[in-house]
Design a protein around this ligand. Structure first.
Ligand SMILES: NC(=O)c1ccc[n+]([C@@H]2O[C@H](COP(=O)([O-])OP(=O)(O)OC[C@H]3O[C@@H](n4cnc5c(N)ncnc54)[C@H](OP(=O)(O)O)[C@@H]3O)[C@@H](O)[C@H]2O)c1
Length: 235
């Protein structure tokens, strides 16, 4: 018998994060789901799931938040936002919001949860980046934060890897979630024509990759970012 492990999944209430939450529930984890809105959360009431209402734009509150939770064995930094805004019409408060949610919050969460991981000599962290962080994006701040996420992964693997913590990322191409609502139809068609299967990724496909990195993936895979783009950016 081993102790039940606890996973913290940001944005685990919908989209890719929800599918990830389901995989961890099925695997017997205690699942802490962090998001702002749990109105239509299908796992509400599941005894293995704790819903934590929190706005990740509040960076300063993160240390207190983590203190209030059980020790975290696995962190999935999944929450993220994207705006349909041009680079020359991007209000300063939106820049601050996207930097906070997509980049500063993941760093603050890693900083806090890794204390327990380092003390145990074990832990897993998975970051949801994006192909946008590799090839650029019309929402320039989205692309910048996702490139940041890939570098956050490498930097923390360097810092925490020698202490038993495995830190990896995924870089998905467009996946069928609410996030795609802001993309205009012609761009959607162009994106679909650039991949082998002619479709967007299913959120489960990203969730399964993140789950593997967070559980069974060999510890020798550390500081890596797995592309999930179906030929949109072969390398
Ligand atoms: N869908 C794609 O095409 C695609 C491609 C590559 C990468 N990704 C990445 O995948 C991740 C998940 O996105 P998704 O596609 O599943 O989109 P989604 O369905 O829109 O989910 C976004 C998640 O982030 C959470 N979130 C946003 N702002 C937050 C805040 N201030 N505080 C706390 N939580 C917040 C949302 O929860 P609440 O709104 O309830 O707070 C929601 O759970 C994101 O990091 C995204 O960048 C998505």
């Amino acid at each position: 018998m081993h102790d039940k492990k606890t996973v913290l999944i940001t944005g685990g209430n919908k989209g890719i994060g929800l599918d990830t939450s389901k995989l961890f529930v099925d695997a017997g984890y205690a699942v802490v789901v962090l998001a702002r809105d749990f109105k239509n959360f299908p796992l509400q009431g599941n005894p293995a799931v704790q819903s934590v209402e929190y706005d990740l734009a509040d960076i300063e509150g993160i240390p207190q938040l983590i203190t209030s939770l059980p020790p975290i064995d696995v962190l999935v930094n999944n929450a993220g936002i994207m705006y349909a805004l041009p680079y020359d019409g991007y209000p300063a408060e939106k820049v601050e919001q996207i930097l906070n949610v997509n980049m500063k919050a993941p760093v603050a969460l890693i900083t806090e949860v890794s204390k327990n991981m380092v003390a145990k000599g074990a832990g897993r962290i998975v970051n949801n980046a994006s192909i946008a962080g590799e090839i650029g994006h019309p929402d320039v701040w989205y692309g910048i934060t996702k490139a940041g996420m890939i570098n956050i992964t490498k930097s923390f693997a360097k810092i925490l890897g020698p202490q038993g913590v495995v830190v990896n990322a995924v870089a998905p191409g467009p996946a069928e979630t609410e996030m795609l609502a802001t993309i205009p139809e012609p761009r959607k068609r162009a994106i679909k024509s650039a991949v082998y299967t002619g479709r967007f990724a299913y959120p489960q496909e990203v969730a399964r990759a993140m789950f593997w990195l967070a559980t069974d993936c060999p510890e020798y895979i550390n500081g890596t970012c797995i592309d999930i783009n179906n030929g949109a950016f072969p390398r």
